[in-house]
Structure formats: structure tokens, C-alpha cells
Ligand binder design. Sequence first.
Ligand SMILES: Nc1ncnc2c1ncn2[C@@H]1O[C@H](COP(=O)(O)OP(=O)(O)OP(=O)(O)O)[C@@H](O)[C@H]1O
Ligand SMILES: [Zn+2]
Length: 725
Amino acid sequence: MSQWFIEVAVPVPLRQTFTYLSGSMLEKGCRVSVPFGKRTLVGIVISSHSTYHGNVNKLKSLHDVLDASPILPPILLTLCDWLTHYYHHPIGEVFHTALPVLLRKGEPLPKDTHLLVEAVTPNDEAPTELLARAPKQLACWQFISQHTEPLATVNKQFSSVVVNALIEKGVARTIEKPVMSAGWRTNLHLADKPTANREQAAAIAAINHISGFSTLLLEGVTGSGKTEVYLQALEQVLLAGKQVLILVPEIGLTPQTVRRFITRFGIDVAVLHSQVTNTERLVIWQRAKENKIGIIIGTRSAIFTPFENLGMIILDEEHDDSFKQTDGLRYHARDLAVIRAKNEGIPLVLGSGSPSLESLNNALNKRYQHVLLTARAGAAVMPTQHLLDAREQPLQYGLAAGTIAIIKSHLEANNQVLVFINRKGYAPALICHRCGHSAECHRCEQPFTVYQKPPRLQCQRCEKTKPVPLRCAACGSSELIPSGAGTEQIEAGLAHLFPQYSQVRIDSDSVRGKDKLANILKKVDRQEYQLLVGTQILAKGHHFPHVTLVVVLGCDGALYSADFRAPEKLAQLVTQLAGRAGRASKPGEMWLQTHSPEHPLLQDLICNGYQAFSRYLLQERRQTGLPPYSVQCVLRAEAVNAELSYNFLMQSRHYLDTLNTLQMVGPIPAMVEKKQGRYRFMLILSANKRSVLHHALRNALPSITQSALSSKVRWSIDVDPMDFN
Ligand SMILES: Nc1ncnc2c1ncn2[C@@H]1O[C@H](COP(=O)(O)OP(=O)(O)OP(=O)(O)O)[C@@H](O)[C@H]1O
Ligand SMILES: [Zn+2]
């Protein structure tokens, strides 16, 4: 019997494959179960060899081969290889991330079958007598004797009690059959659509003109009808029988968006987001792979869906943070989409009203095609933007008198008002009025947020909760005052100021649970609420036709942040928030309440708008040599013992420095210095060229991973970091 040496990617945090023995050659991409220490793990075959240059006696045999043919198509295998190299991530974990949870666990692919109910006719006679006393059962039997129907269809008319009774009496049985689907292409039909305006038509033509791979940045102001452009550009792709993948931000995936695609094309649209169960996810995964689904709309990880015949990728709100994974394999779905589209030889469309500086730079450099939509679609006009100087104005619940007056005028005109604040809870801190001590989470060294609904203190980093204390832990005084304002406080304040208007709070606390956000948005649409108070969630792509005023609170902190991306993120947030106002027939306005009305960044953004502001920020990045004019990587380490994580990074710095090609900052405390009892440090690496950064990392990683300290701390590599937390 021949012996094969199989290289397997095993889901462990080690940057290598492991060799196992097998009696036969195995193809790359098949799953195998292997012994690993005392455990059995599911790994992916990377390669098979007939020879081995090591001690064969030390090798173990595979337990099992789980797939007869590769579970991942070649395109995804290539993508995983790219991820492993680009993000310097352990190969087994890369494959693990790319696979649906159930496949990671070694489950087989589900059979695409359904149960049918078939009538049985004993002695060739209808069982009329047998069922004479059970008219429902008789009716059911007659129904199934005419056609063999799926159980689900039968159950629409007859309860399972009735069906089971027939089965027990031996006059019906269930049979499992493959689902015969006519395929989405037969159902495809185009519904009525608005006539594209001149700019939209140019964008659609530009997209449809692409043959093979190209990335196109659609920079369209909020409400300019980007979704309409996607819809019309997709017609040609779908009519050619090709599938499409649409990637959207985490919370932007609303039923309204999905419905627009369903009604336009008349076909099922599969949706992939965090609330989809593992079983549903696997079914969609397989159906896409077999070209049984035409359109998939999903968040970040949907980029790993296999398609038999993918024709286009669209990534909407491409500036959104949620496309970047912030733990484990820290990939950016936008960058992955570029690589995937290139490998598939298909167009990629990136859309945003406030594009990231990375994409903008690529567009201005002509690496991407660039199409602008400068005006709103239909009759809507762009909202006006203003600063509200809160200095020396009386404040009530964090709202300046001027802000309250503007809110009042819009409410009285019967319009909806959206109030944004970047904090959840009632107040971001509880402070002792006598000694100034603030109640703090010890594990995170971070002030507790005060909540009223229900009353508690809660840490935003580790979610630990505590009852609200009656006395100061430091001096015993009972004079404890909430400091600053969050959504709950603004909600309470507005309820007090405007009791006659109905209000809803929209933040991650209030929309927790399936369909909760969707239901609130439906009510907003029906104008059951006139005041909307909330966090970032409100900024994401929603179409609020009745909102005419957007009020922005609590943004001053971002003006003084140490993160060089803070101005860009603030500008995107403000632009997207303003973009929720005046989207239909009535014009809208945005007021940003600030104590720094003269700050040049704010002035520039409000007076000149995102388009000019973003070009100015790019100039600044060029002058300072920051991304996208350089590349970065962050090495993070955390440990209960601060010294360990500091020393690990110090030592890593030394290994990385041997080539003397990188600029390095650190080790310095991460912006989130402590979390759940662990001290966190970072080392920021930058280089002018990507190849230099990668070379230095590849050169140093063996020493870093083999160091004794590396097993004593939790550490990670973040290529193209989007934050310094
Ligand atoms: N050519 C058109 N004629 C009339 N109405 C249109 C046209 N294109 C889009 N609309 C309408 O304009 C509104 C905004 O369009 P859409 O939601 O596509 O904008 P968007 O650019 O995706 O918005 P945002 O980036 O702010 O989320 C929608 O109600 C849409 O139906
Ligand atoms: Zn905490």
C-alpha cells in the first residue's frame, strides 16, 4: 500500500501546516479530521506528497477524510492563501474563518432535499371506509392522492396531526426527494423602475462597460440614488445568468433594502448577517455554490461565499468600519473584495457618499475608475449644514437653548427630527460632587456608564454591571452626579421638553433582539414617532423621507483625538447623519452643536462639504506620510502583567529592527489601555512600501513566535489597522 504525506492546515494559532499519514493522495481543499495533542480537529488539506524529509515514525495518521472532493472551490482556496500571506495569520485559522461554522465542525454538506407526502392505496382502493369518521383525514388523503406534495405544502392546509394519522393508518408515507428548482433564472423578470437621471445613467453605463476585472468607485452624495444605480447595473449581469454579491455594513442591512432587490428582479434574495442561524447559513452557502441563488446580500463575512458563476460584487457604504474585522483574522472585506474580483475577472463597485481616503486615493490615482453623483435623485435637494455655538448658552439635558428652539420649529411643522449622540446610557460617568472621584470598572480602569433603564452602572469595555452606589467609594459622600449625556438622558430630556410628541430611542441597547430595529424603522416610516434619538445606528443608509432636521451632539471629543483617522471618521459620520435629512419632498437641515465652533476642521467640513474636505485631508496625509501614503501594521499584546506585554513588544521591536527598514513607534499603551484585567500595549510599524513591511514581518516572525514571551501574552498582528484600540 502506498503512503502519502498530507500537509494539513489545522485550526490552531500556529503559522505552519502539520504533516499526517494517509493511504491515499488527497486533493487540496478537502476536510480531514486529525489527532492534535489530545484533541481531534477538523483541518483542510493543503498538499499531498509521496516523500517526506523527516522522521516518519513521529507522524500520526489522519483519523478521517470528510470530503470526497474539495469543499472549497479553487477561487476561495486562492483567497485563503492570499489572506495567510497578506495578514501573516495562522493558516489553519484562515481556513476556519472562511468556512461556515457547521463545516468547521466537520458536519457534512446538507442534502438539498425535502420531504414529500405520498398517498398509499391499499388493495387499490381508496380508504373511504377507513377514514369515514375522520372527514379531515379523508380530505387530506384525497388531496395527496391527486398530487404528491411537499410536507410543508400539505401542512398549509392540514395539520401535522391529520397527516400523522394517515401515516399511522398506513394510507400515506413520506419520501425524501431532491428539491427540483427551476433555477432563479426562470423567475427573473424586471419590474417597473424610475428613469435614471443623467448622472445615474452615466454611472450605469460605466459599470456595464467594464469587461473583466476593474474596480469602480461610485462617489455619490447621500440620497443620490446609488442603490438605483446598482439595481439597473445588475440587470445585465443577472440577465446573462450570472450571480451577484452585495456587501453592506453590519447594521445597514434592513428589510427595506432587501425588498428593493426582490421587487425589482422577482427572485429570491438570500441574506447573510449575524442573526442568520448556522444551518440557514450553510444552506445558502451551498445553494450559492450550485448557482441556485441569484443574489446574495450580506455583511463582511459574506465575501467568503462560494459562487458557481459570480458576475459582479457591489460593496455599499464602502467607508464603513464594520467591513474590517477587529479580532482573530483582521481582514478588510473591501480589500478582500478587490482580490476576489480580480481573481474572478469581474467588476467590483464600491459605493459611498463619504468614501474612505484609501479608496478615494485609488480613484484619484486612476487605479480605480471614478464616477460621481453630485445631486440628489428625484425632487430632493441636499440638506444645509450649520454649526450651533453652544458656548455660554443655557444647557438643558445637554441641549443648548438654540438647539431646543430649532427642534421645536421642526416638530411644530409636523416633521420628524433625528437627534444623534455618540454615547449610550444616561451619562458616561458618575462623579462625586465632593471629592471628584468617579466610579470605575477596576478590570478596565474606565469610568462606568450610568444607566436608568434599568438603573445600573455598566462598563462599555467588558459589559460588567453593578448597582448604582448610594455613596462615593472614596469619601462616602452621597452627592453623586451623572456627568455628560448619553442617549437615555437626551431621550428623558426631550420627553420633558416636548411631552406632546412621540419618541423612540435607537441604540444597540434598544434594538437588541431579532427584527427589533426593523420593526422600529417600520414605525418611523409610518410616522408613529416624531422624535428619533440614537447613536451611529441612525447614520447607516436609512431612508427617512419625513426627517427634515438632524441634530448632532457630543462630537467635540473627536476633534482632539490622538487617532489620525478621527477627522475622517467624524466627517463621514456627520455627512451620513446630515444625509438622513430632506430625502423626499421637504428640504432638510443639519445642526451640529459644539463648543468649538471655530475649529478649522469643523469650519471646513460644514462650509465645503465632504468632497472638498476629504481631498484636503488626503493632502494632509500626504504631507505627514500617513496612510494611504504609507502602510502600517500594529503588533498588539496584552497580559495581566503589564510588564510581560511591554517586554514582548520590546523584544519584537528588536527582531523587526534587524533589517532597519521600518519606522516604529512603541511599545506604547493601546488606546484601550486596559480591558478585563489585561494591560494592553501596541507597537506601530510603518513603511513607505508594502513589500518592505511584509519582508520585515516575514523576516522577524519566526523569532517572535519562538520567543518564550510569545506564549505568555496574547498577541496579534493587524495589517492595515483601522484603529489603535
Ligand atoms: N432616477 C430616479 N428618479 C426618481 N427617484 C429616484 C431615482 N433614483 C433614486 N430615486 C429615489 O431617491 C431615493 C434615494 O435613493 P437611494 O436610496 O438609492 O440613494 P442612496 O444614494 O443609496 O442613498 P444613501 O447613500 O443616502 O443611503 C429613493 O427613494 C429612491 O427611490
Ligand atoms: Zn470593564
